[in-house]
Ligand binder design. Structure first.
Ligand code: ADP
Ligand code: MG
Ligand code: MG
Length: 253
């Protein structure tokens, strides 16, 4: 079992108006095999957490720590984070002209694992995973993300998840812009990845819709850069009924 541990994380960015504190002391412990939903109103810092785990240079860590089995994630380069077992969808460029999906996936897999996968099993694995995600076979020969629709990009993101077999995946708004059929296909992919490797998942979502298909073990509600409330799946049900209003109304008002 592996543990991703986030302790008292404080993160800021530089804006034209000066330094803006976004995360104000976030604590979160995710173990492999667990699914944690990170929910909360817009602007509460959910994507900032994802970007910080991914090592996005814009986000400055002012305090606290992120460790994976005790190793300092914040000291790692983006590549080292991927090799350590973190799946960071954002590290991949939106479009890679001249690089086919097949070559991209194999190169990335080789970089993550440290050695190249056997061509025969790899080709079969890619074909099967693409079939399960209803990704057309000719995508293999297309350039990475070039002309892909929003839904196709999400499927390809989950394809990477299934092929790279990370210890932990951070999925930010994977449900946005998906119709119900695509949402089901994508959710099944996440569930397969979890079942296959006991992956730990941080599922960041504003809406509860995806949680009908991917069942969270824990729900954390972000408000203004902090975890304001935590619970189990029942907390997501409550948020579906009530929304975030009670978190946004000053106490006693
Ligand atoms: P969420 O994902 O919960 O909607 P974000 O992490 O995207 O929240 O944003 C949290 C706050 O930080 C917001 O007020 C947002 O405007 C601000 N913020 C985040 N990233 C940037 C950025 N790159 N430039 C300016 N402001 C940012
Ligand atoms: Mg947002
Ligand atoms: Mg966001």
């Amino acid at each position: 079992m592996s543990t991703l541990d986030i302790r008292d994380l404080q993160v800021s960015i530089e804006t034209e108006q000066g330094t803006k504190e976004i995360l104000k002391g976030v604590n979160l412990t995710v173990k492999t095999g667990e699914t944690h939903a990170i929910m909360g109103p817009n602007g509460s810092g959910k994507s900032t957490l994802a970007s910080t785990i991914a090592g996005h240079p814009r986000y400055h860590v002012d305090g606290g720590s992120i460790t994976l089995d005790g190793e300092d994630v914040l000291a790692m380069s983006v590549d080292e984070r991927a090799r350590a077992g973190l799946f960071l969808a954002m590290q991949y460029p939106v479009e890679v002209p001249g690089v086919t999906m097949t070559n991209f996936l194999r190169t990335a897999k080789t970089a993550i694992d440290g050695d190249a996968p056997s061509l025969r099993t790899w080709t079969k694995e890619v074909r099967e995973a693409m079939g399960q995600l209803r990704i057309d076979a000719d995508f293999a020969h297309r350039n990475v993300n070039e002309g892909f629709s929003g839904g196709e990009k999400k499927r390809v993101e989950i394809l990477q998840l299934e092929l790279f077999k990370p210890k932990f995946a951070v999925l930010d708004e994977t449900d946005s812009g998906l119709d119900v059929d695509a949402l089901k296909v994508v959710s099944e992919g996440v569930n397969r990845a979890q079942a296959a490797g006991g992956m730990g998942t941080l599922l960041i979502t504003h809406y509860t819709r995806i949680l009908r298909y991917i069942k969270p073990d824990f729900v954390h509600v972000f408000v203004d850069g902090r975890v304001a409330e935590e619970g189990g799946a029942e907390l997501a049900d409550r948020l579906e009924d009530e929304g975030y209003d009670r978190f946004l109304t000053p106490a006693g008002k």
